[in-house]
Each structure stands twice: as C-alpha cells, then as structure tokens.
Design a protein around this ligand. Structure first.
Ligand code: 4AD
Ligand code: MG
Length: 461
C-alpha cells in the first residue's frame, strides 16, 4: 500500500502529475454519466479534495452510489483542477470502500443547527464548523505550552482529586467509594474514615493552592488541566467540566500579574491568526463577521485597566436598565461585565481591586482594608475570561481571612506553612480555556467548544 498522505499536506504541497494515496470520509457525491465526483475530507483541514472516478474503476457502480459519510481509501494521480476554488483534484485509479454509510447517516444536509448537532456530539466533529473549532482548540492548547516554555515557566501537574475547595464556593463534586445506598454513619453523620482516602474528597475546582507551593520553589510555574465545578448555572458560559490554565509567579505583584495576562492573551490571538488562518477565515465568514479584525486588534492593542469602584460608578451612570442591581459591594454580573468591555471600553479591560467580601480568602488585602488585589479580565461578548489576584502572603492576615470566610484552617495547614517559611509576594491567574476558544472562534455557547460537554443534567451523549 502506498503511504497515505493527509489531505492538508497534499493540497499544500502536491504537484500535478504525482501519484497519491489518501483516506477520508465522503462529504458529497455528485454523479454524472460515466463520472462521479467525491468531496473527501480527513479532518486535517477545512478543505476537501475532489476525487474524480470514472468507468475505468472496476467498482465504479459501487462508488457512484456511495453515501455521505462513507470511509474510503483512494489512490490515483493528481491533476490541475478545472473547477474554481481548488488547485488540484485526484483522478482515482483505485477506490476501496472501508466503511459504508447509508441514508440514515444524520449529516446529510449542508447546514444543521448547533442545537441539533449537540444531540449528535458523536458525529459533529465531522462537520465544517466543529472541525474548525476543534482544530483551533488543539492549536491553542499547543500555544499555551509554547508561550510558557518561551517564558521559562515550569509546567506542574496539580492533583485532580483533592480534599480542599480552593474557591470556597462549595461547588465540589464528591469522590467516594462509600456505598451510597448504605452509608456508614457515626452519630448520624457520614463516617469518611471508612472512605477510600479516609476523609471527604472531591474533584478540584482549581489547581491554584498547590500551584502556589510550586511557585514558592520554582518561581514561575503554570498548570493546565481539567477543572470541575458543580455550579448549577445553566448558562452559555459555564460548564461542569472545563480546562483552566493557571500561572503563578513568585516575587510578583498585581501589576506584574496583569502584564503577564495581557502578554498571554495577545500571544494566543496572534497565534490563532497565524497558525489557524484557514479556520479563522471560516469563522469570519460563517460564525462571526469581522472576527479576524477584532482578534487582530486585540493582538496589537494594550489593554485598559479600571478600578472596581470606577466600574461601579460607570455602571450606575449607564443609560441602560440592567436586570441585576448595581451598587458598591455587589459582584458584577455578565451583563455588567459586557457593558463595561463592549460599551465603555470597546476592548479588553482589567477590573482591579474588588471588595474583599465578594472574593476568595486567599486574595491580598489592600491598605484600605475593604478591597483586595484582585483582577478580572473582561472581553467583549464573553465577559470574564481571566480571574486572578496577588495572594495574601502575610500569615496573620491570611488566618484572619480564613476565619472570616468560614474556611477551616486545619485542612489547609500546608498552605499556611508556605506563609511561615520563606513567604514572599506572589500572584497568578486562571484563564478558562473554553472561554478563550469561544472568544477566538466567535462560538457563543460553551457546549460548542467542548468536545463532549458536561453541564447540569448532561453527562452522556
Ligand atoms: O475566577 P475563577 O473562579 O478563578 C480561580 O479559579 C482562581 N483559582 C484562578 C487563579 O487565580 N489561579 O476561574 C478562573 C477562570 C474564569 O475567569 C473563567 O474564565 C473560567 O475560569 N471559569 C469557567 N469556565 C467555564 N465554566 C465554568 N463553570 C467556569 N468557572 C470559571
Ligand atoms: Mg472569577
């Protein structure tokens, strides 16, 4: 068997007159008298290659009746294509049907709604849109590692099973081997002594706390892994299982943290434009008009920064009615975030120095004693894409915050130890990977940038 060439390589480097072997799935079949054209796609790029089959093939009748979705292998000769929009076509000398597909194959039509495609998550990767989304997602994951490798950050794998709720929001999924229909009880309470780990455990909501320990040894680190939140919010921006990138830097303050976040997002935007240009052109044409220009502008611009207090007064003066109330001390909702980034700034903006009462216990208290050195990066359409902060490195203040926020210091003795010996100012942030993919592709629902999304009441297919 001649070695198979991926279609993207063939379309880029193939020469008329050369022979080639490819394999892929049939997107369309057009049959005329004694001739059949197959559009073949193998997922390596958005483009299909046109395969020309004629009566010279011994199985021509079978080929001319192939169904959309069939898997075939083709060997043949490349020729210049007379059709517009394609440079080359493959004139088949042999076509092997590897896996046929019949009329019941659900992807017969050219365009299906995203809602319908979510119901066939096992097949949607074979469509143009999802092909482009998941190729871009893969490229961006590589870009994340490249960015941090170039900056000398160490990659650390933080645990997925954990006994602490980093964000303190009570959104932990439980992990247990206890029999749910016959829980061991002591004084009416579940006895976790009998559980696999001898204590209550769950799936991590963030790798930050462990990441901090590594930053206090290796200076600059990042994590990139799955994150789980049992947050019962059925929104287009929340998933129960998502991926997060969390860098952490020792000897760094909030401004250094914001500078890294800005560099990072701009790098990822440039990367997508350069390395995913075909898919980006598709998003611009079919998903969000003008997205290339918007991403280009972000890659080239410097981001705005606004104090939370300033943001609140801008929102209070806004000539629009919000669904949720606005006043100093309340958290920003997506509608507020979008107003700030879309209407007030017209681009990415860091909101900094939030009230301490609405932020996690580990954030560093500012001198005003009522705000913390927190930052959220807001971007048009998505709202919050990054959340981060400078961390409280002072042991007494950290202990005090834990007590105030109802976090049990006993379970976090190891975290407190990091403030006992060699504590230093440090800062980091979390970028929600799916929010990034949404931002760069223009896709509006997080379910459409996750290969197999997990959301409330939805964990299967
Ligand atoms: O703002 P969050 O909750 O921050 C943290 O978890 C910190 N420990 C990060 C750090 O400082 N190291 O989450 C960070 C980001 C959000 O800005 C958002 O992009 C994303 O994670 N995110 C979600 N993405 C999808 N679905 C969800 N349910 C998400 N919750 C947060
Ligand atoms: Mg946040």
């Amino acid at each position: 068997m001649t070695a198979r060439t991926r279609i993207n390589i063939l379309l880029a480097d193939g020469c008329p007159g050369g022979s080639a072997a490819i394999a892929g799935w049939v997107r369309t079949v057009r049959s005329g008298k004694g001739i059949t054209f197959l559009a073949l796609n193998d997922g390596s790029s958005l483009e299909c290659i046109q395969v020309v089959a004629d009566t010279g093939l011994e199985n021509f009748t079978v080929v001319s009746r192939l169904g959309t979705g069939s898997a075939v292998r083709v060997t043949g000769m490349l020729q210049e294509s007379p059709a517009s929009g394609q440079r080359l076509e493959l004139h088949a000398t042999e076509i092997t049907v590897i896996g046929s597909a019949d009329q019941d194959y659900p992807l017969q039509k050219k365009r299906h709604s995203f809602e319908f495609l979510r119901e066939i998550a096992h097949l949607r990767p074979r469509t143009n849109t999802f092909g482009a989304v998941f190729r871009t997602r893969s490229a961006l994951a590589q870009a994340v590692h490249r960015f941090f490798a170039e900056k000398g950050f160490m990659y650390v794998h933080t645990p997925i099973i954990t006994a602490n709720d980093c964000e303190g929001a009570g959104e932990l999924f439980r992990v247990t081997t206890l029999p749910l229909d016959n829980l061991p009880l002591t004084n009416g309470k579940v006895d976790f002594n009998a559980d696999f780990f001898g204590q209550a455990t769950g799936l991590t909501v963030s790798g930050q706390l462990e990441g901090e320990l590594f930053a206090l040894a290796f200076s600059d680190i990042y994590t990139f892994g799955p994150t789980f939140r049992a947050e019962n919010s059925n929104t287009p921006r929340h998933a129960a299982e998502f991926w997060m990138i969390e860098p952490e830097m020792a000897f760094a303050d909030l401004m250094a943290d914001a500078a890294l976040a800005e560099d990072f997002l701009r790098y990822l935007c440039s990367f997508a434009l350069e390395e995913c240009s075909n898919d980006m052109a598709f998003f611009d044409a079919h998903i969000e008009k003008g997205i290339i220009g918007r991403i280009r502008a972000v890659a080239d611009s410097s981001f705005a920064m606004m104090d939370y207090s300033e943001a609140i007064s801008r929102l209070e003066k806004a000539p629009v009615t919000f669904q949720y109330p606005v006043s100093w001390g309340l958290d920003l909702q997506t509608e507020h975030e979008r107003y700030l980034t879309e209407q007030v700034v017209g681009g990415p903006v860091f909101i900094v120095n939030y009230p301490k009462a609405i932020k996690a216990f580990y954030m560093r208290q500012n001198d005003d004693a009522r705000t913390v050195a927190a930052m959220d990066l807001l971007v048009p359409k998505v709202g919050e894409i990054i959340g981060g902060s400078q961390r409280e490195e002072r042991l007494d203040l950290l202990q005090q915050r834990m007590l105030e926020t109802g976090i049990n210091p006993e379970g976090l003795w190891w975290y407190l130890d990091s403030r006992r010996w060699g504590s230093c100012p440090h800062a980091g942030f979390g970028l929600g990977f799916e929010r990034l993919v949404m931002y760069i592709t223009g896709m509006e629902n997080i379910r459409d940038v996750l290969p197999f999304p997990r959301t409330p009441r939805h964990a299967g297919f």
